[in-house]
Design a binder for this molecule. Structure first.
Ligand code: NDP
Length: 328
């Protein structure tokens, strides 16, 4: 089959439609015919070599990209129960979805409800499950809490704002333009800060009466992390879950003390999707919130599979206002 793969780390130009072996399901696996692949920032880290030393997300070369997909079951390996050929399924955190077919461990698959469009189900996997674990597990938001969501108009950002509101928190969000600020507001942010024009930390302190927030969700990384740590309440939590502006290389422990004995974590989604039950219950929450009209999924753009390089340029250019999909 022809899939988007790289032979060396580098820029978007490395993404080529190449002949790769047809995948076959081993025991415990399912072979899927994909309709959509999600495009995510993790694909950029993997393509560029920034995750070359990661044990959680291995990047052996040559490598077919794509960590998220949606489609239907074609064939099952030995020992798989609870699935049948033809079932509509979606998944994330298995590499190789920029392709017409993929093999996925069956326990990682989520059944897609009959009335849920595959594009939406796929969009709720990597970014939705991330927003879910960030608001329910990494820091369990409760009514009375407040949080700061950076890049609130981005793919994860829009879902994070909505799930934080559903948990009853007050949401402060940052956005890089007037248009993005409006999107963050529409998603439910109580306060939106234009962080390229103002010092976001000063704004957070003004809004919170000098106290700071319980938790910062920061995936912008390099450009914002120092201000994020200083935007917290005493003993608050800084969750650095990505590095859209560059990965954070180091944190001075004494700085955490000076900021009010705050905590710092750098989580990977894979560690919050440890079992079929954990994946299933998070996905069920997301699907139910969407079905109830409480969780909007903004699909920003769809690109054909062959134009994966354009999708990478789009996301790396910071232009995304929601989900990017490859149509297979
Ligand atoms: P987004 O669509 O949110 O795009 C990233 C946003 O970051 C941009 O829209 C932009 O918003 C902002 N940004 C700030 N500086 C830059 C820059 N120099 N280049 C590009 N963008 C910049 O992407 P995703 O929703 O797919 O992912 C958001 C983040 O979440 C990524 O960092 C990703 O790695 C992380 N992530 C982490 C996971 C985890 O478990 N650890 C799992 C999933 C995602 P603005 O213009 O408003 O500044």
């Amino acid at each position: 089959m022809k899939a988007i793969a790289i032979e060396q780390f580098g820029g978007p130009d490395r993404l080529q439609l190449r002949d790769v072996p047809d995948p076959r399901p081993a025991a415990g696996e399912a072979l899927l015919k994909l309709e959509y692949a999600g495009v995510n920032f993790i694909d950029i880290y993997m393509r560029s070599g920034r995750y070359a030393r990661s044990d959680t997300y291995k990047t052996p070369l040559p490598m077919t990209l794509g960590m998220e997909g949606g489609g239907s079951v074609v064939e099952l390996g030995a020992g798989v129960s609870g699935l049948r050929p033809g079932d509509r399924v979606a998944y994330c955190i298995v590499r190789g979805s920029y392709a017409p077919y993929a093999v996925v461990p069956a326990w990682k698959l989520v059944k897609v409800p009959a009335d849920l469009p595959m594009a939406v189900a796929t969009s709720l996997m990597l970014q939705g499950l991330t927003a879910h674990y960030l608001t329910h597990s990494a820091f369990r938001l409760e009514p009375g809490h407040n949080c700061l969501v950076h890049a609130g108009a981005g793919g994860v950002g829009q879902l994070l704002i909505q799930l934080s509101k559903l948990r009853g928190a007050t949401v402060l969000a940052t956005a890089g333009s007037a248009e993005k600020a409006e999107i963050a507001r529409q998603r439910g942010a109580d306060h939106v800060i234009r962080y390229r024009e103002t010092d976001f930390r000063e704004e957070v302190m003004k809004i919170t009466g000098g106290k700071g927030v319980n938790v910062v969700y920061d995936a912008v990384g390099k450009d914002t992390i120092a201000g994020s740590i200083r935007s917290l309440k005493k003993r608050g939590l800084c969750i650095n879950y990505g590095g859209a502006s560059g990965l954070v290389e180091a944190i001075n422990p004494l700085e955490l003390g000076e900021a009010g004995s705050v905590f710092f974590t750098r989580p990977h989604l894979a560690d919050y999707l440890q079992t079929a039950e954990e994946i299933g219950s998070r996905a069920a929450d997301l699907f139910a919130a969407h079905a109830a009209g409480k969780l909007s999924v903004a699909i920003d753009r769809e690109f054909p599979l062959a134009e994966a390089a354009r999708a990478h340029q789009y996301i790396e250019g910071g232009r995304t206002k929601g989900k990017l999909l490859l149509r297979i």
